[in-house]
Design a protein around this ligand. Structure first.
Ligand code: FO1
Length: 337
């Protein structure tokens, strides 16, 4: 079975663990957001690629959800002793080796997709890890300058890490996306997939950024298989991250229904054939097979069950919309879980 997953950082990486557990023999390709990428202290950092690679390679710090387990911060502290900005971004000693190898390969002219494949040789994530593009795309956030009140754009990492998304954002701009092309293998993987899954990642700055690369949305909509999304919003709340700070900026309600309608029905120019929402989160998304399932990835078992529900939705044909589903009521027998 050919599975393609669009993913961002922490939520996407956790979901992928479930996909690998639910479909051990499948051929899984992950198309990862690179809009969070940033250059700091002269090094190119790819947070979402690294989070997926470390998580599936069993090197992630589970508590933080980013960076390496058993990390130390000697270099970070030495940089701070020099007053070398940015001091607000945590670069761990082990993590630095990844950025040093990646930066050296990029400087030597290797495209990001080849660099990622080389780094994955060590980590063996068990999936084909593809950046959404080999061209640089960076998400910048338009905020009001604290002194002058005038709009200014800051890098997503500064907004998220330095300011904890506390600055009111008026827009997200994916700098360079117009010149970006899907990385090698992305379109082919999407076109030939039996199942395309939208991980429960940030619909705006992660999934949205991937879909913004010219050619990716079209390839996804034209896929041979079914497209199944997993809501990142549970009970009107974001489980982790800052989707609740991002969705209002693009005029989307912070709810499973809001995000489902934002992605839209594939039969109506949108993306989704099916949409997994938290049991009890009534969500009506016209033209989409909405399936209430337990969404919280609180253990390997629940994560695997969620991934299996997504794959079930991908392999079963469209089910007749059942009135009880709209209210997240009990499952019917046919195809229910
Ligand atoms: N997130 C933080 O909240 N604080 C940090 O200091 C930080 C450092 C960092 C370094 C490398 C890396 O790959 C990720 C890092 N992150 C940090 C997480 C990162 O901001 C997020 O994972 C994504 O960009 C958002 O999904």
């Amino acid at each position: 079975m050919q599975i393609v997953v669009l993913a961002g950082g922490v939520g996407g990486a956790r979901f992928l663990r479930g996909v690998l557990a639910a479909a051990p023999g499948a051929d899984v390709t992950v198309v990862v957001n690179t809009g969070d990428d940033v250059t700091m202290h002269g090094l190119r950092i790819c947070p979402d690629l690294d989070t997926v690679m470390y998580t599936l390679g069993n090197g992630i710090d589970e508590e933080r959800g980013w960076g390496r387990r058993g990390e130390s911060w000697t270099v970070k502290n030495e940089l701070a002793a020099y007053g070398a900005e940015p001091t607000w971004f945590g670069l761990g000693d082990r993590d630095l080796a990844t950025h040093l190898v990646r930066t050296r390969m990029l400087d030597a002219g290797y495209p990001l997709s080849e660099v990622t494949a080389a780094l994955s040789t060590r980590w063996q994530p068990g999936v084909r890890l593809l950046p959404m593009s080999d061209q640089r795309v960076e998400t910048h956030v338009v905020v009001a300058d604290p002194e002058t009140g005038r709009p200014q754009a800051i890098h997503f990492q500064e907004w998220w890490v330095r300011h904890r998304a506390s600055l009111e954002a008026s827009a997200f701009v994916q700098v360079g996306v117009d010149r970006a092309r899907p990385a090698p293998g992305v379109v082919e993987a999407l076109t030939g997939a039996d199942a395309v899954l939208l991980a429960p990642s940030n619909p705006v700055v992660s999934i949205g950024t991937v879909l913004g690369v010219p050619g990716i949305r079209e390839a996804l909509r034209g896929t041979a298989g079914r497209v199944v999304g997993v809501s990142p919003i549970v009970g009107g709340e974001v489980v982790r991250g800052m989707a609740d700070r991002c969705l209002p900026v693009v005029g989307v309600e912070v709810s499973a229904e809001g995000v489902g309608r934002h992605y839209g029905a594939r039969s109506d120019g949108g993306l989704l054939d099916a949409w997994l929402v938290q049991t009890g989160d009534g969500a009506s998304v016209p033209g989409v097979d909405v399936r209430p399932v337990p969404l919280l990835m609180s253990s390997p078992e629940t994560t695997e069950a969620l991934a299996r529900a997504a794959l079930d939705a991908a392999v079963e044909g469209p089910r007749p919309p059942h009135p009880s589903h709209a209210q997240g009521g009990p499952r019917d027998g046919a195809g229910g879980r």
